[in-house]
Design a protein around this ligand. Structure first.
Ligand code: ITT
Length: 190
């Protein structure tokens, strides 16, 4: 029988991405499929805590193995900011404002090291497990490229000279933090 994994999101793209990676032995569902529209308050102070809040909420509601995730950009010389506040650093999901704030704070900084991280948390009847992926790189001084989302136009991954927003989606997806976390999850679940 196929194993069901409930993803704690309404984002159809996230659901589809995970379904493709897991393959046909799994049925991937989302909050939309269960008609759950409650606001899940992500008030944890780490990526792990927020991923757990989402997964635990879904597991409690449905009893199905549930996967929550939280991602963000961590900048070394900003003491880890924007970190868990990445989505709302200057304006809620306002990518341009959020990038502008980071660039402004980084104006005189020589150390431009940063990484993207994704933490996934699986809650099922056996307990709680975490999976983490990171991609390291450097911040640009200006916005470059139109593809992707979030902070992609100001992030150059190590060993590249172009930003995530200048890369083809398929190239980014091969090396991304999200890809690495999903791979770990796949190793565990299969
Ligand atoms: P949901 O919680 O609704 O799924 P979200 O936007 O909060 O959506 P994430 O937790 O995955 O999604 O990411 C939080 C923020 O971190 C996101 O809004 C971006 O600003 C940034 N971010 C995460 N992954 C990114 C990526 O691959 N490229 C650029 N920015 C990213």
């Amino acid at each position: 029988m196929k194993k069901e994994i409930l993803i704690a999101t309404h984002n159809a793209h996230k659901k589809e991405e995970i379904q493709q990676i897991l393959g046909e032995n799994f049925t991937v569902t989302s909050l939309t499929d269960y008609d759950i529209h409650d606001e899940i308050v992500e008030d944890g102070d780490t990526f792990h805590a927020n991923a757990l809040i989402k997964a635990q909420y879904c597991f409690n509601k449905t009893g199905k193995p549930s996967l929550g995730d939280d991602s963000g950009l961590v900048v070394e010389s900003l003491d880890g900011r924007p970190g868990i506040y990445s989505a709302r650093y200057a304006g809620n999901h306002d990518f341009a404002k959020n990038m502008a704030k980071v660039l402004e704070e980084m104006k005189d900084q020589k150390n431009r090291k940063a990484y993207f991280v994704t933490v996934m948390c699986l809650v099922d009847e056996t307990g709680t497990n975490y999976f983490e992926g990171r991609v390291y790189g450097n911040l640009t001084k200006e916005v470059r490229g139109e593809k992707g989302f979030g902070y992609d136009p100001i992030f150059i991954p190590d060993n590249y000279e172009i930003t995530f927003a200048e890369m083809k989606a398929e190239d980014k997806n091969k090396i991304s933090h999200r890809k690495k976390a999903i791979e770990q999850f796949l190793e565990f679940i299969k």
